[in-house]
Design a protein around this ligand. Structure first.
Ligand SMILES: NC(=O)c1ccc[n+]([C@@H]2O[C@H](COP(=O)([O-])OP(=O)(O)OC[C@H]3O[C@@H](n4cnc5c(N)ncnc54)[C@H](O)[C@@H]3O)[C@@H](O)[C@H]2O)c1
Length: 323
């Protein structure tokens, strides 16, 4: 058996990853360690809670004594760090918790992974660490060598964590990997994020708030394809390396909102343009050639199909969300 610690497993991507791992492998013991912030929901994991290969522990990655006690007891082989404060708007109003969880929390996990000699520490990072690209330069993409140039306290905290992870490889030979992914969509996402937020507002015939003119571009990736990429990195990725993961699905925010309204048969008049977010990144676009060629990763979902499946999932599972 291989014992894997998944931090932040009660959040959107972490819970999808737990489902992915437990479905695919029978020789993994999964420990989900989560602080259960406002963004978490154990309802995401209802159908695995009795699985003998799954265990939940409530706790905070920035609590050093607690983390070292858990590592001493559980003897993890692999650590995958999803735990983070992840909402850009919140980082603008309250940056401090982003530094505590995303930077200090990562550093404490790295220290524990070093002391207890884990065979792999994988850091879940984001394309937002690269900053943004101009809207009229469709020829430009982020590669793994693009300099880090974060715009928000959220992306700055994620970039800081990446730097620490790399430094633990260089200084202590800790066996690390990092993945930087574009915007995810799919089941179990908290309703503060664009896609579920717009779906629920449309279902309730409420105005759909869209920042600025809605022209900011995001590269959308189905969360299942993200999970598949992490699995490939854990099992074949080169220690010390960074892998970009992206969907080749660039859409403006307004395009995404219009698809949702069309699918739910709701009027375009529900769209309400609101004052833009300060420092709002214009365009993210990932060059995923490295993981595609080296690890043979290929996204399963086309956005046009994945988004329709996702909208239907939220309609069918609206009871999971107290909205
Ligand atoms: N959602 C995206 O589109 C996206 C894209 C690229 C990268 N990422 C990264 O993926 C990771 C997961 O993102 P998500 O969208 O699932 O986020 P999320 O907000 O849905 O989940 C984060 C989880 O972390 C937990 N958490 C927060 N602080 C903690 C702490 N101090 N200790 C333990 N647990 C804590 C929360 O309770 C929550 O369950 C993050 O690191 C994020 O930066 C997300």
């Amino acid at each position: 058996m291989r014992k894997i610690l998944i931090t932040g497993g009660a959040g959107f991507i972490g819970s999808n990853f737990i489902h992915y791992i437990l479905n695919k492998y029978h020789n993994y013991k999964v420990v989900n360690l989560d602080k259960l912030t406002y963004a978490a929901s154990l309802k995401n994991l209802k159908n695995v809670e009795n699985n003998p290969n799954y265990k939940f522990i409530k706790g905070d990655i920035s609590d050093r004594d607690f983390i070292f006690t858990i590592f001493e007891k559980e003897k993890f082989d692999v650590v995958v760090n999803f735990a983070a404060e992840s909402h850009v708007d919140n980082s603008i109003s309250n940056p401090e918790i982003f530094v505590t969880t995303n930077v200090l929390g990562t550093q404490i996990l790295l220290d524990a992974s070093k002391k207890y000699k884990v065979e792999r520490f994988h850091q879940i990072s984001t394309d937002e660490v690269y900053g943004d690209l101009e809207l009229d330069r469709k020829d430009l993409f982020f590669t793994e060598n693009t300099p880090l140039n974060p715009s928000s306290p959220y992306s700055a905290s994620k970039a800081s964590a990446d730097m620490l992870v790399k430094s633990y490889f260089r200084t202590y030979n800790l066996p690390v990997t990092i993945s930087r992914c574009s915007n995810n969509y799919g089941p179990y996402q908290f309703i503060e994020k664009l896609i579920p937020c717009m779906i629920f507002k449309a279902l309730n015939n409420e105005p759909l708030p869209v920042y600025g003119k809605g022209l900011n571009v995001r590269d959308w990736l189905h969360v299942y394809d993200h999970c598949m990429a992490i699995d490939l990195i854990l099992n074949g990725g080169v220690i010390g390396e960074v892998y970009n993961i992206g969907g080749h699905n660039e859409k403006t925010n307004i395009e995404v909102v219009e698809i949702i309204l069309k699918e739910l048969k709701k009027p375009i008049s529900l769209i309400q343009y609101v004052k833009d977010r300060p420092g709002h990144d214009l365009r993210y676009a990932i060059d995923a050639a490295k993981i595609e060629t080296e690890l043979k990763w290929k996204a399963k979902y086309k956005f046009e199909e994945g988004i329709v499946e996702t909208i239907r999932w939220y309609v069918e599972n609206s009871k999971l969300y107290s909205f």
